[in-house]
Design a protein around this ligand. Structure first.
Ligand SMILES: CC(C)(COP(=O)(O)OP(=O)(O)OC[C@H]1O[C@@H](n2cnc3c(N)ncnc32)[C@H](O)[C@@H]1OP(=O)(O)O)[C@@H](O)C(=O)NCCC(=O)NCCS
Length: 309
């Protein structure tokens, strides 16, 4: 016995919300007052962090949700489609898609933790961002890591939130970094991932680039989110996509998919995802009045595709 007054099992004390028969209150606000007056991005910040965000933070959260909402055939959508082809209804398929998100697909948790650890180390050692980035790149690349490095960063041989097996240079990252800077939310964690891209050249013999999860996690950490929230944030955004793929799977495909007569393919093969196999609306632009945040930094592959080949 601790001497403290015990609460009944399942009697939670929560700082998030409370409700009566007539009222639901979220972080102090009546849910009906929030409804119609705040965006989903603002609500996410309120529920998770306890306060409504500054306008620029809300814009950035919204941009990140949009950026991560859809990515064609990826491990999560393909897993969800496979579950849908067997289960035939939405919930197990949605859960299956989300369950494929983790250390390899998305990896925003490990990435966020790494940026937080790196900046803490930088502050302890009095290093610059470049020195810290060099230390991390060198340590990850070296086959024989010293104990000091392993104690701080572990034995990983790849940078979390880095490289993309399909795009190679993930075209979404520069857009995120650009907006983080423009919206004034970029702090040391965003600056660190930019420095780390530069540091890779020395140890890989070529630049290896951050992927969308590296860019999202560093931006979220700069806005006060923790590693669990960073990964969950990506799962929430990607659920939008998973639902669409599940619904399309059920509407357009037969259950089971394969039979002895079917040719088996590699479902993540980028060659199978090109426009030839897409029958939605043709490529189009947003209407002019919607286009408020112009793209000033060109995505990587528009500038020097030759480097990838
Ligand atoms: C996703 C992942 C498993 C793909 O790895 P892969 O299939 O080996 O990638 P590729 O074969 O295209 O890349 C091979 C080269 O890129 C390097 N590379 C790949 N991912 C790397 C990373 N995260 N950090 C550093 N270098 C990386 C490999 O070391 C290899 O280079 P080398 O031959 O000089 O050693 C890997 O990039 C990874 O684990 N990334 C971290 C997790 C992550 O961010 N996941 C989200 C992906 S969207």
């Amino acid at each position: 016995m601790t001497g403290k007054k015990e609460r009944e099992p399942f009697h939670w004390r929560s700082a998030i919300s409370h409700k009566t028969r007539d009222k639901i209150v979220v972080r102090g606000y009546d849910v009906n007052e929030l409804t119609g007056n705040v965006s989903f991005a603002e609500m996410l910040h309120l529920v998770w962090k306890g306060e409504l965000p500054e306008k620029n933070v809300a814009k950035m959260i919204d941009a990140l949700l949009v950026c991560f909402a859809e990515h064609a055939m990826s491990p999560s959508t393909v897993s969800a489609r496979m579950v849908m082809s067997g289960a035939g209804y939405i919930m197990p398929a949605l859960a299956g898609g989300i369950l494929s998100i983790g250390y390899i697909h998305v990896d925003a948790h490990e990435a966020a933790q790494t940026w937080i650890t790196a900046i803490k180390l930088m502050e302890e050692k009095g290093w610059t961002l470049d020195q810290t980035a060099d230390y991390l790149a060198k340590g990850i690349r070296s086959e024989e890591k010293d104990d000091a490095f392993i104690r701080v960063f572990g034995k990983r041989t790849v940078i979390p939130g880095w490289h993309h097996p399909q795009h190679i240079r993930d075209l979404r990252s520069p857009r995120i970094i650009e907006l983080a800077e423009r919206f004034g939310v970029a702090g040391n964690h965003v600056k660190f991932v930019v420095a780390l891209e530069n540091a890779t050249e020395k140890y890989w013999g070529r630049k290896v680039y951050m992927n969308v999860a590296g860019a999202i996690s560093s931006t979220l950490v700069d806005m006060g989110f923790n590693p669990d929230e960073c990964l969950a944030f990506c799962a929430i955004a990607r659920s939008v996509s998973i639902v669409a793929h599940c619904v399309e799977e059920k509407a357009r495909e037969k259950g089971w998919r394969a039979s002895t007569k079917s040719k088996i393919i590699q479902p993540l093969d980028l060659a199978l995802q090109k426009p030839d196999y897409y029958d939605g609306p043709p490529d189009r632009h947003l209407p002019k009045e919607k286009f408020v945040e112009p793209l000033t930094r060109a995505p990587y592959h528009y500038t020097d595709q030759s480097e990838d080949e």
